[in-house]
Design a protein around this ligand. Sequence first.
Ligand code: PHE
Length: 337
Amino acid sequence: LESEALAKVETASSLQELQGVRVAYLGKKGPITEVLRGMGKLSAEERPVIGELANKVRGNIAAAIDEKKAGIEAEQLEKQLEEEQIDVTLPGRPVAVGGPHLLTSIVEEIEDLFIGLGFEIREGPEVETDYFNFEALNLPKGHPARDMQDSFYITEDLLLRTHTSPVQARTMNAMENKQPVKMICPGKVYRRDTDDATHSHQFTQIEGLYVDKNVRMSDLKGVLDRFAKHMFGEDREIRLRPSFFPFTEPSVEMDISCKMCNGKGCSVCKRTGWIEILGAGMVHPRVLEMAGYDPKVYSGFAFGMGPERIAMLKYGVDDIRHFYTNDLRFLKQYHKA
Ligand code: PHE
């Protein structure tokens, strides 16, 4: 029996097979258990002899099984190590890493500049009340200038904001004790326009507002000049042209000198050598008053610009829709290495 069992242990080639041998010979229904169970029927002389023999056989088989088991396990480990060998000299697989969207980069660049000039960043709701979007900005109901900004109305009193200027009114309104205000506010705005290369029903604006005692037009001009040079190069000049916005008086539009010529020509330049960048002006006394500021004590300037337009001019992007269609061939050009 013993040599038969040992032979089976020897030829077992897997842990499963080995377990089969263990059950067959040492299990509850195996021959050795049977022998030990039958001990009671034996005579007193036979009992110790048979008992000892059975235990010895069981011990030998168990030892052989354990030894074989260790052998098989070692072999399997060896095989596994062999198969799973890692070639550390293989080149790594490239990991696709994203980058900030061009529009995000431009907005952050502009934010950084204005933070450096002491402006805070503010935000306001995109679903705005008629009051803050128009009324508080000196645009009462029926005012013809409301037509300058075709609006998406939600109810009679709620609309998607058509510009970031309501954040001016909100910020001034929220100021306790009517402290000075120095903030910029980037955000999405909406207009009922037909999308084309230069128009989008949703786009971005950055509003700026500075209210304090003795804020003058020359302060506005100085800040805008710094902005233009920061974004487009120290050799740029700015020019302010008279314009109209209901919430500023006087109102201006700012042009920057246009020297954006490369090998292919000066495509983004107008023939005049100037290109329009943003709208601005001195905060209208009525706007200050409605927000609780005494226009005899306080004055301020405000400006509003479109970062898409800035990016288009800076990088020669020819279609505003590129910003929103997420074509990686476009976006990747502006990822910094
Ligand atoms: N809100 C104006 C627009 O959207 C821009 C602007 C802002 C003009 C602040 C003057 C002052 O056209």
